[in-house]
Structure formats: structure tokens, C-alpha cells
Design a protein around this ligand. Structure first.
Ligand code: FAD
Length: 512
């Protein structure tokens, strides 16, 4: 069987690409997913279905059946490997994630375009952001109301006490309130948008694939792991896969890798497309020397400020995250590079001590990490060195964010709520040096790995794909997922990945 398109990986991007390409009944589309598929909503396990409260955290826990359970290195001060969850199920990471639905800043996409990625400026991406969403609350030129992904916000009358206190502390400190977080002008406190309806996590398997499963030109094969792309005379002609313990080659006129920012670069390297020295070290014949594969690894370094609540404060079983604060660090020329996100649920962060948290995130870090192939065996995970906080500028901005957060928690709005701020301690806050040490010991991933197969123009030697997302040096092969971002965006990465998938589908349909 020869397919027109083989989509490798049924995560955020893969579900969308398979849905859009199969709109044309003359195209045959095969969607391959390494994890399971749950076509019947009633059979969907609760940990995938329910996106609020502690259940929200179960699927992402290390060892969960729907998590690849990768690990990475955060900093030298952390002896233990850092868990790096990625979804392994139809829907991918969108099936285990936190459902925060936030676009990048307009400047993010304009920066991509200014680096030679023609067609990726904010105004060119905007129609795709509108196309993919159905926002129930904001109806204007920036929003869509008939896309597949439902978007909701928690209105003030529903906020638990700790969310209300955060709002009061932040606005008292002078930050403006812009309710629509996806408005291009928004800064300060906003309502956190989420793709969740009445507690159900609307993964891309639910919001896109569930309504197109009947299409005869769309074949979905779960529990099939791709091993490599098969190349012939500089062309991609198929994919070698494992299914039920056997190995097969499936043929396709075009292969689209949507395996995510960990597995897409790994699959390229296993196929002979990557840094020549790394491939040779593992005995993989070099088809095209692409030094950028696995480099430029981006994320949002994140640290949680934690506090215990007083006994009589009502517990919020849903763990509402109604708000977020975006602000620009002192001296920064990149607006909204910092985000504080309060959560109203007792969560266990790193030990057995449950606490409420406010996440402090560096949303445009200067530092970058690296992903490297560890073996020619597709079952051995690549290594990921995040190299967080090696840049002075990153530490300086994160110190500011943590101190701001602690000052909020000391505002009178929290008087009846907080028993004790448990982390950082007053000793941690004493000096820049002590706070830096605390940051290095506690910094973690926001789960927003991206940039490991970056898009770029012909004259960028580190570009892996061109602005139509075609892999350089080989035909009939594209990468379309979070890995192609030239730089991470100043927001959680799911919506931008959706936009990328919508765009590549149009490139392919237009024959570009
Ligand atoms: C725990 C967690 C919480 C997050 N929270 C948020 C949030 O609240 N908001 C937000 O915007 N972003 C969030 N993110 C990030 C967001 O979900 C990702 O950026 C986005 O899903 C990436 O999409 P993708 O298509 O690139 O990869 P994925 O969605 O990870 O899809 C990759 C797919 O490829 C499959 N695959 C991998 N290797 C192979 C192979 N060899 N063969 C076949 N299939 C393969 C995987 O199983 C997976 O289904 C979170 C991520 C995680 C892990």
C-alpha cells in the first residue's frame, strides 16, 4: 500500500495535519502513533479525560502508561535527572497537558519572520490562530468562533480565595487587568484561557480526530512506533516501523514527522539526517549533514514558590488556575518575558510536602540546551541537557520574578489564607547568591521543549527545515511540530504547535 501522506506521531501537530490533509478525499493519509488510541470516549481513561484537579497530574507522572517518561539534566546543582514527560497516546502531549491555551506574543512571530522565515509574521499566523479555536468569551477580529478547539475562561465570581488574593495583590502593585490573554495588546493580569470543557481535557484527539474517524481516506494506526525514515536517492520514500513485535516498511509519497521536539530530531538522526559527528559515533551512515538537529533546545525554565494555607481555608478540588500575570523584567527589551501563574490546589512538587504554588517562569530565556542521540537503537531515548540558568541575564530576571511573587504573597489580601511561605525560605532570599543557589537547585521544565529542528532560511547553517517545513537536503520529507520553532514563544507551546500544523497542511495542499 502506497499512501500519499504518512504522518508520524499522532500528537498535537499530527492529529491536526492528518485531519486537514484528509479533508481532500483524493489524498490517502496514514497516521502512525506509538501509543494507544481510544476511539470511544467512554473508554478514555480518567487520567486522560479529566484535566482538572489532581487527576490532571496523573497521566504526566513518571511511569504512567501514556507518558514516554524521558529524563533530562536541568543544572549541575541537581544530582537527580529531571523528569521530562511527553504524551504517548493519540493526542500526544495535548492528551496529558495542562490545557493552558495561550498564543505567543506578536513579537515572537515577527522575530521569526525577521530571521528570514518569510510568511511567519504575526499577521500571517493570525488567520490560523483564529481558524483553530472556538472562543466562547471573546469575539473580535483576533478570535475564532467556529474552530475545532473550544476555549474557556474562569470568570471572577468562580475564583477560589487564593486566586482572588493574587488578583488583588497584583493589581495593587500596579499591573493592569487585560481579561483577554490572547489579545495582542494584553499585558499584566489576564484570565488564563484553557481548552477544557466542564473538566474534560480537549486534546487534539478529541477536538480534531474524533469527528473525522469515518473518513475512508484516513487510516489511523496506534501502537506503531516509527524506527526511521527510509531514504532513496535523496528522497524520503517510506517509514520503517515496529508493530506487534514485527518490523515493516510503509511507503508514502510524502512523510511528515510530527513526533514532537524529542522524537522528531531523534528520528531524523536515526535516518542519517543530523550532525555528521554524532551519526558517525553511532555507526549511522550520514545521508545529509544537518548540524542543527537537536541543537537550539528551548523551554521555559520554571520554579515554584510554595506556601501552606491555613486550616480553615476551603480546599479547591479543581485546582483552579484562573489567572496569569505577564510582565517585562527590569531592563528587558523583550516585552512580557516573565509569567507568574498561581494554582489553587495542594500539589506535591518535589518531596512529600503538599503546598499551593505560584509558578515563576522565564518565558524568553537567553540560554539554550542540546538534545543528542545516545544510540542507534530507536528504543534508547536521546539525552537532553537543558543548561538552565547558565546566563547571568536569566538568573537576574528569575530572581526578580521570585521576589515579586513573594511580595504578592505578603500582601494583606493573603492574610486569611497563607499559613507560611515554605519555599524559598527567608535564608534563600537573603542575597542574590543564596537565591541563585535555590533557583539552580529547584529550577525545572515547563514541559515546553521546542526548537530542536529549527526552521530557517537557506543561509542559516543551523536551520533544519525551510519556511515550508521541508527538511533541507532531502525531498518529500517535512517536520511539523514544536521542534520547528526557531525560538520558543512567550507562552505555553501548544497553541503555537497547533498553528504550525494548520499552516503546514495549507502548504502541502497548495503544493508548496
Ligand atoms: C505535562 C505537560 C503539560 C503541558 N502543559 C501545557 C499547557 O498547559 N499548555 C500548553 O500550551 N502547552 C503545554 N504543554 C506543551 C504542549 O502540550 C506541547 O508543546 C505540544 O503538545 C507539542 O506538540 P507536538 O505535536 O510537537 O508533540 P506531541 O504532542 O508530544 O506529539 C508527539 C506524538 O508523537 C508520538 N511519537 C513519538 N515518537 C514516535 C515514533 N517513533 N513513532 C510513532 N509515534 C511517535 C508520541 O507518542 C506523540 O503522540 C505541556 C506538555 C506536557 C508534557
Amino acid at each position: 500500500m502506497q499512501y500519499d501522506h504518512i504522518v508520524v506521531g499522532g500528537g498535537t501537530a499530527g492529529c491536526i495535519v492528518a485531519t486537514r490533509l484528509s479533508e481532500d478525499p483524493n489524498r490517502s493519509v496514514l497516521l502512525l502513533e506509538a501509543g494507544p488510541d481510544f476511539p470511544d470516549f467512554d473508554q478514555l481513561p480518567d487520567m486522560l479525560k479529566l484535566g482538572w484537579g489532581t487527576v490532571n497530574l496523573e497521566a504526566r507522572a513518571a511511569g504512567s502508561p501514556y507518558n514516554w517518561s524521558f529524563t533530562g539534566r536541568a543544572t549541575a546543582e541537581q544530582p537527580e535527572p529531571m523528569p521530562v514527560p511527553r504524551g504517548k497516546v493519540l493526542g500526544g502531549s495535548s492528551a496529558i497537558n495542562g490545557q493552558t491555551f495561550i498564543r505567543g506574543a506578536p513579537e515572537d512571530y515577527d522575530t521569526w519572520a525577521s530571521w528570514g522565515n518569510e510568511g511567519w509574521g504575526y499577521l500571517e499566523c493570525l488567520p490560523y490562530f483564529r481558524k483553530l479555536e472556538n472562543d466562547a468569551d471573546f469575539h473580535d477580529d483576533f478570535h475564532g468562533t467556529d474552530g475545532p478547539v473550544p476555549v474557556r475562561h474562569h470568570q471572577r465570581e468562580t475564583w477560589p480565595p487564593s486566586q482572588e488574593a493574587f488578583f488583588q495583590a497584583a493589581t495593587a502593585a500596579g499591573y493592569p487587568f487585560h481579561p483577554d490573554v490572547n489579545n495582542p495588546e494584553a499585558t499584566g493580569v489576564s484570565l488564563r484561557a484553557e481548552n477544557n470543557i466542564d473538566g474534560v481535557r480537549m486534546s487534539m484527539a478529541l477536538s480534531y480526530i474524533s469527528s473525522v474517524r469515518h473518513r475512508l481516506n484516513l487510516t489511523i494506526r496506534a501502537n506503531v512506533q516509527a524506527r526511521r525514515v527510509v531514504l532513496e536517492d535523496g528522497r524520503a520514500v517510506g517509514v520503517e516501523v515496529e508493530s506487534g513485535g514485527d518490523t515493516f516498511v510503509v511507503e508514502g509519497s510524502e512523510i511528515i514527522l510530527c513526533a514532537g521536539a524529542v522524537a522528531s530530531p531523534q528520528l531524523l538522526m536515526l535516518s542519517g539526517l543530523g550532525p555528521a559527528d554524532q551519526l558517525q559515533a553511532h555507526g549511522i551512515p550520514v545521508a545529509v549533514d544537518l548540524p542543527g538537529v537537536g541543537q537550539n533546545m528551548r523551554d521555559h525554565p520554571n520554579v515554584s514558590v510554595r506556601y501552606m494555607v491555613k486550616d480553615d481555608v476551603p480546599q479547591d478540588p479543581n485546582g483552579m488556575r484562573a489567572l496569569r500575570l505577564r510582565f517585562t523584567a527590569a531592563g528587558s527589551d523583550t516585552p512580557n518575558d516573565m509569567i507568574l501563574s498561581p494554582a489553587s490546589l495542594n500539589t506535591v512538587v518535589r518531596d512529600d510536602n503538599p503546598a499551593h504554588t505560584v509558578n515563576c517562569g522565564l518565558y524568553l530565556a537567553a540560554g539554550k540546551g542540546e538534545l543528542r542521540l545516545e544510540s542507534a537503537d530507536p528504543h534508547t531515548a536521546p539525552s537532553m541537557d537543558y543548561r538552565y540558568l547558565e546566563e547571568d541575564w536569566d538568573r537576574e530576571r528569575l530572581r526578580e520574578a521570585v521576589r515579586l511573587c513573594v511580595s504578592f504573597l505578603q500582601h494583606s489580601a493573603y492574610d486569611g489564607i497563607i499559613d507560611e511561605i515554605t519555599a524559598p525560605t527567608p535564608a534563600d532570599l537573603e542575597s542574590d547568591e543564596s537565591l541563585d543557589l535555590w533557583l539552580r537547585r529547584n529550577i525545572s521544565t515547563s514541559y515546553h521543549i521546542s526548537g530542536t529542528c529549527k526552521m530557517g532560511p537557506d543561509d542559516d547553517p543551523m536551520a533544519v527545515v525551510d519556511p515550508q517545513l521541508r527538511v533541507r537536503g532531502v525531498s518529500n520529507l517535512r517536520v511539523a511540530d514544536a521542534s520547528i520553532m526557531p525560538d520558543v514563544v512567550r507562552a505555553n507551546t501548544n497553541v503555537t504547535t497547533m498553528m504550525i500544523a494548520e499552516r503546514v497542511s495549507d502548504f502541502i495542499k497548495a503544493g508548496e
